[in-house]
Design a protein around this ligand. Sequence first.
Ligand SMILES: Nc1ncnc2c1ncn2[C@@H]1O[C@H](COP(=O)(O)OP(=O)(O)OP(=O)(O)O)[C@@H](O)[C@H]1O
Ligand SMILES: [Mg+2]
Length: 497
Amino acid sequence: MIMDKSFRIGNVLKSLRVRFFIIVFFTGLVSCLVMHSVILSSYEDRAVNVKSTEVQRQLRILANHLIVSNYLQDTSSEVINAEIDMLANLYEGRVIVINDDLKVVKDTYNISQGKTIISEEVVNCLKTGSKGTVSKYDSANGYIEVVTPIIESEVIEEEDVSVSGKTSEVVRGVLLTSASSDTIATTLEILSRRANILEVVIILSILIYAAVVAYLLLKPFDRITAAINDVKAGYTDEPIVGPNYIETEQIINAFNALLKRMKVLDDSRQEFVSNVSHELKTPITSMKVLADSLLAQDDVPNEVYREFMSDIGAEIDREDKIINDLLALVKMDKKASGLSISSVDVVALTEVVLKRLRPIARQHNIELTLESKRAITAEIDEVKISLVIMNLVENAIKYNKDEGWVRVELDADHQYFYVKVIDSGVGIPADSLDHIYERFYRVDKSRSREIGGTGLGLAIARNAVIMHRGTIDVESTPGEGTTFTMKIPLINSASAK
Ligand SMILES: Nc1ncnc2c1ncn2[C@@H]1O[C@H](COP(=O)(O)OP(=O)(O)OP(=O)(O)O)[C@@H](O)[C@H]1O
Ligand SMILES: [Mg+2]
């Protein structure tokens, strides 16, 4: 149960929208709280500052009066006592007058009269004079403590001219005052309460704002997902539209490119299937026609029977060839890992292929020659490369003139070996050159079929070459001849790894 819960929370946090919401919300919240505390504490500083400066000023005035009325020696002055009490009342605090013997001369609380005070600030103030004015804020107990020296200025009368005439300061005592900071605390409280109310309002607004922003900003992603789902479900295969952000546009573009590729693949597959069905149907239709016409006649002569049967046999062979070629093609589609690589003598291999094709060449009175510039050993799949050379040379023989010639040239450099198949044949028109590697493509359908071609040979050959990371090129002049050039790496990079 607990695991399930934490798993779900993890899932929720994975949502970009939730994260976005959290980030916006917390940024707002934190800045709101920081502002709150900064404003309140700077108000407090300022208020305390103002208050202690004011108290200090009042105390300095009082100190002057104390000196003038010689209060430190004689505390009986009603006026000064009233002034001191008034000050204490004004600041809701306590005023203590201390003389230079650290004796308390007057305490508005009437507690410490006559006692000696040896607090550090008082002693320090007595020593340093006007520099010893100290204000201390005690926020916990709610008061500001101010220590002010009672200073008497004397005009120096000395013979030394440089010193004479100047005033010197004599510290006669210290005023120790505490002023209540309750008003500051009250204001702070009111401010803080208002700030809290404001804060709740602001936080609620941020909450709503963050939710709305997170929802709106990420909405385009929802739209993309919905559109992709439509395509997935098969309702449509139209490209997605609606550029919103650069990022979503990139996703849309990538998806549309993928969609286009899928369409191309789908189209080519459909075309392939319809071609295959058509090609497979032709021999069957012929067989059906031959068989029907045999059945329709009574007392068919033996020779006619034989002739028809041999025609049917030829059609079966044709069907068999197409199926075998298709199987070869399907096998080739399975990546380069399907190669069984070995070190092969390419010249010897070509000789074997040519030997097998010589009888057909002789039938058409075509001269078949091999020209090899050097010994060639390469890492290749022997069966597949033989198949390629076989297909090329077979084509060169099939699409040739009587009394023509076919020349196979072998060559190599340090990286590749080259097989050139040159013929004196019918040639290929320029606009067909781009299509001859397509499955079932034939330049002259009727002639090819008559010769027995299905248009798969070059497709198979090209696949095998690509599997070897090689290239195959063709040059042709109609009526004069065709040259196929195949280039294959000597070392197979897949096996080298
Ligand atoms: N050497 C050539 N000279 C002239 N045309 C050629 C030559 N090689 C190929 N072609 C043309 O290219 C087409 C495709 O060749 P491909 O080898 O793929 O098929 P095919 O020979 O007709 O049938 P298959 O090889 O499957 O028996 C041929 O039908 C032919 O029209
Ligand atoms: Mg062929």
